[in-house]
Structures are given as structure tokens and as C-alpha cells.
Design a protein around this ligand. Structure first.
Ligand SMILES: CC(C)(COP(=O)(O)OP(=O)(O)OC[C@H]1O[C@@H](n2cnc3c(N)ncnc32)[C@H](O)[C@@H]1OP(=O)(O)O)[C@@H](O)C(=O)NCCC(=O)NCCS
Length: 420
């Protein structure tokens, strides 16, 4: 049995943050009913199109295992159908711009009147306060949540990261909020509102940078390269390049082939527990006992010299050879893997983290499967729905409308053609 079997989700999400949340819930077995504007649908269906006429990868990779109903929630009949869906479902998830749900006539108060057990889960850019009415996209959240100011090199501009911590990261936070509210409802019998603000989600992921902000009051951040370089610290956590964010110094180092391959690099951590093995591997056995090198605090002002020496060694090996030599010695290293290497990785395919999916209009494509594995709730990744593919099915099977009622609904323009 799937973990969330029997849970019905009214999925009013679009773009990335909300859809990543409801996709996870669908993978865990919830029945996710995606509500989309007739004839238009989620804007991402038509964004970054690679195959003309087919739903984009942007959409298909974020909306697996869902059903799609076309529904105009501003049309009178559409509002009636939406009301029936709210009566029937357990959770409503939305990431509209602030106030959009109220403008549709579905305030939290109205939703509670319709179904007091309903959980209303929202992604917004900011929590209550000065910015609560702002529209927000991924990179705005990365900038407002502390990620950009702490990413990049000290002498360069702030940087955004490729990992979608603002959108997908907030979707993950929201999913946890939803299952927690469902668990609470088991005892209380009541629904509640769940809010995941993108700024808050990013800040949560930048927790260690706020740790460093407070450490600054007590002295320099000795594990940052800038300390060894004698550069004074300012009053905010600086950008730390590729320095490790934890207590064990680390860097990205060149490997064999770096001159032509932009990803011929490895991450290398000089974990204190294996320092002696590192010294042997790189051919500096005397560093094991030499004054200034033997203990972690002594090494902090020499990290540039130490990593340059380690890099002389890593540059003689491929990133995979570095892994093969260091792993048996328990030296923590990691190759910089390109998206091409990841998509071709046999191990990730075996675990279902990378999957191939068939799609009626775009053919076979590769996607990232469910990254969370439950031993008794296996995930089968199913293709995303076509726009309105399940409109009739949902009207009949979920809401119980019959032939003439459905004809009237279609005539009203509330659901598009509903012929699929
Ligand atoms: C992402 C975002 C910036 C997109 O903004 P947008 O394209 O203008 O989309 P909106 O959410 O404002 O919705 C547009 C309109 O479509 C309407 N709409 C959406 N679905 C509809 C439906 N099925 N039927 C009728 N109208 C619908 C909304 O009610 C809204 O109308 P309104 O402006 O009259 O209130 C915005 O939704 C947002 O800030 N969301 C919260 C943060 C977030 O999740 N950001 C990350 C996205 S990955």
C-alpha cells in the first residue's frame, strides 16, 4: 500500500515551487487533482519548449503522477465545481500571487465553511510583513534568503546557485508541513493553514551562514580561506568560494584533464581523523609530525599552501581515480559530476532516482524520480497529464456528475471542451 493512499489533493499549483510539493505527495500515493485554466493550463507547459506542440520538460518533470482537470475558477459553474472539490478533498495546495485565492472568492474563512477538515497549504514569496504582497521567483528568494550574499568568491559579485533551493526547496518544506497537518488532523479532526514562505525556506537552508554571522562577534572565521590570507573580516558572513561550510577544511581541486573538461575537478576534505593518510597519499609524510602542520588549528593559516600541494597530486589523477584511491582510505572526496554524467549514471537508474518516462506527444524522456525512498511504499513514476486529460473522469468519478449535468457544465464554459 502506498503511504498516502486515500488522501485527495486539490492541486492549484503552477510553475515550480507548488508542483514539486504535490508531485512528492503523488509519488507517496496521494490522488493529486491538478486544476488548470481551460485552454491555457500551467504556464510551464509552454515554457522552454524543446519539442514544438508537446508539453515542455519544465512541465513534465514537475507534474508526474497527477490528474489534470480544466476548470475556470472565475466562472459561476466553475466556482460550484471548485466548491465540490473543496468538499471532497483533504488538502488544497496553491502558490498563486498573494491575494489571488481571495479574489477568486475562496478565502480561508470560506474554505473552512465548505470543509472544516480542509488543510490549505500555500507557498508565498515572503511571510507576513513589509514584502508579503510581492510576487517572487526562484532567484529573488535566493537573494532575499541569504544564499546569494554567501555564495561566490569574496572578490566577486553575489551568485545564485543552480540548485533550486527557492522553488523546489520550499516545495519540500511545504510537503512536510502538509503531512504534519494531516497527522495533526487525525487527532484534532480539524484542518489548518500551512504556509511555506520562500525567503524562510532559503534562510532555513542557510542556517550555517547565520551561525557564522554570530561567530563573527567573537573573532575571525578561522576555517575560511580569507583568514589564512590575512584579509580582515567585515561585519557580515562573507562569500567563502568553495571552502567547506563545516569544521573540516575542504576545497574544489583540479584533476587530470581540467584544461579541457570544465568538470574535471574533485572536492577534497582534509578531515582531521585521516590527516596522516592524506600526507602519505600526496607524498608529504613529514607533514604528519612537522610543527605547524600536525594539528588542525596549526594548519588553519596554511590552507592555501596545503591545498595547492594536494592539488599537485589530484592533477595527476582523474576525478574517478582520486575517488578510487581515497575512498578505501576513508578520505572524504567527491567528483564534480556533470548533468551528462548524472543522466547516464547506471547506479542512479537502478535506484529509481533517474527514470525514463514515455509520453504520448513528446516520446520518451528522462526525469528525476522520487529522491525519498520508503521501504513499504514503492514509487512508480507515471507521466504528467495532458491539459484536461482527466476532466470528465474527475467530474464523474470524483464529483459524481452524470450525463446531462456534464453537458450543462461544458456549455457553461467552466471546463473547456472536456472531450478527452
Ligand atoms: C509565480 C508568480 C510570480 C506568478 O505570477 P502570475 O503569473 O501573475 O500568476 P498569479 O499567481 O498572479 O495568477 C494569475 C491569475 O490567474 C488566475 N487563475 C489561476 N488559475 C485560474 C483558473 N483555473 N481559473 C481562473 N483563473 C485562474 C488567478 O486567479 C490570478 O488572477 P488575479 O490576478 O485576477 O488574481 C506568483 O504566482 C507568485 O508570486 N506565487 C507565489 C510564490 C511562488 O510560488 N513563486 C515561485 C513560482 S515557481
Amino acid at each position: 500500500m502506498k503511504a498516502l493512499e486515500g488522501v485527495k489533493i486539490l492541486d492549484f499549483t503552477h510553475v515550480q515551487s507548488g508542483p514539486t510539493c504535490t508531485q512528492l505527495l503523488a509519488w507517496f500515493g496521494a490522488d493529486v487533482i491538478k486544476v488548470e485554466r481551460p485552454g491555457v493550463g500551467d504556464a510551464t507547459r509552454k515554457q522552454l519548449v524543446d519539442i514544438p506542440g508537446a508539453d515542455s520538460l519544465y512541465f513534465t518533470m514537475l507534474n508526474h503522477n497527477k490528474r489534470s482537470i480544466e476548470l475556470n475558477s472565475k466562472n459561476a459553474t466553475g466556482k460550484e465545481i471548485l466548491t465540490r472539490l473543496i468538499e471532497t478533498c483533504d488538502v488544497m495546495v496553491e502558490n498563486f500571487a498573494p491575494g489571488a485565492l481571495d479574489r477568486m472568492g475562496f478565502s480561508w474563512e470560506r474554505i473552512q465553511e465548505i470543509n472544516p477538515r480542509m488543510i490549505l497549504a500555500s507557498v508565498k514569496g515572503f511571510g507576513p510583513g513589509n514584502y508579503e504582497n510581492c510576487k517572487v521567483y526562484e532567484n529573488v528568494a535566493q537573494c532575499a534568503g541569504g544564499a546569494a550574499s554567501t555564495t561566490g568568491f569574496r572578490d566577486g559579485p553575489p551568485l545564485v546557485t543552480g540548485a533550486q533551493i527557492g522553488d523546489s526547496g520550499t516545495g519540500l518544506h511545504l510537503a512536510l508541513g502538509i503531512v504534519t497537518a494531516l497527522f495533526h488532523r487525525e487527532k484534532s479532526g480539524k484542518g489548518q493553514k500551512v504556509l511555506a514562505a520562500m525567503q524562510d525556506g532559503v534562510l532555513n537552508l542557510c542556517r550555517v551562514k547565520l551561525r557564522d554571522q554570530q561567530r563573527l562577534e567573537h573573532g575571525p572565521l578561522t576555517e575560511y580561506s580569507q583568514y589564512g590570507e590575512g584579509i580582515p573580516f567585515d561585519d557580515a558572513t562573507p562569500r567563502a568560494g568553495n571552502d567547506s561550510g563545516g569544521g573540516q577544511p575542504g576545497r574544489i581541486l583540479k584533476c587530470k584533464g581540467w584544461e579541457t573538461d570544465p568538470n574535471a575537478y574533485t572536492y577534497f576534505i582534509t578531515q582531521a581523523a585521516v590527516w596522516e593518510r592524506i600526507c602519505d597519499v600526496i607524498g608529504e609524510p613529514e607533514w604528519k609530525t612537522r610543527e605547524g602542520y600536525a594539528t588542525p588549528p596549526e594548519r588553519l593559516d596554511k590552507l592555501n599552501e596545503i591545498f595547492e600541494r594536494i592539488e599537485q597530486w589530484t592533477m595527476t589523477k582523474t576525478k574517478y581515480e582520486v575517488m578510487d584511491i581515497c575512498n578505501p582510505l576513508d578520505i572524504p572526496v567527491g567528483p564534480i559530476l556533470s548533468t551528462k554524467e548524472l543522466i547516464e549514471d547506471e547506479g542512479l537508474r537502478k535506484t529509481g532516482t533517474i527514470v525514463d518516462v514515455d509520453h504520448p506527444t513528446r516520446g520518451r524522456y528522462t526525469s528525476v524520480g522520487c529522491p525519498i525512498k520508503l521501504s513499504d511504499s514503492p514509487v512508480e513514476v507515471m507521466r504528467s497529464p495532458l491539459l484536461g486529460e482527466h476532466t470528465l473522469e474527475i467530474l464523474k468519478d470524483v464529483l459524481g456528475y452524470d450525463g446531462t449535468a456534464i453537458e450543462k457544465i461544458v456549455e457553461s464554459g467552466a471546463v473547456g471542451a472536456a472531450s478527452k
